[in-house]
Design a protein around this ligand. Sequence first.
Ligand SMILES: [Zn+2]
Length: 201
Amino acid sequence: MFDGSTRPEVSCYRGTAMTQVKLTAPMAAVATPELVSRVEQALALFPELSDERVTVGVTASRGVDGLAYPSERLIRLNPYRRRMVTYFTIGHELTHLVQTPGLGLIPSGEVQCDIWTLARDPLFLDEKPCYLDIDCDGRSWRRHAGAVRKLCLNAIAVRERNRRYIVWLREQLAAYFNRPEPYQPGLFDDSRLTTAQQALE
Ligand SMILES: [Zn+2]
């Protein structure tokens, strides 16, 4: 999520300084070592952001996983949700810092943010994206994540010559999810046993 408003909260940024990451005081107070490690791993995949520090704060807004304030190089994560903050959420918010009014290196927008986050690294495939329409539930996402990431990479390549690359991607995703399920032989499928036996003979 991107909140374009500027927030004059500089006085509370007294958090622990780390290599190119600064936790706000409220985040430093609640962040687990696992969360800090996730932020550092995610940030290591954003070389564009390495020249200047990124600040990580807290949001406790209900239903919000994260927020980004690109002009302040600030992201806020929600450590109070039931599940651990995902790499995807961290990656999505960091990707906003690469968009306008941050570095402005990639197209702006939420769907675009999802596409570039998934494309960046398989680390960010641990949660289904929220703005790019994906025709599967959260549980089956992992089965499709690799294929969806490949389509996102292709869409970014398609953008070089086709400004309607998101339309292209949506068509590709629809084709992918509408394809017939590959045949999966059952455990007691005789023909499969026979084939297996033949293969042994
Ligand atoms: Zn967003």
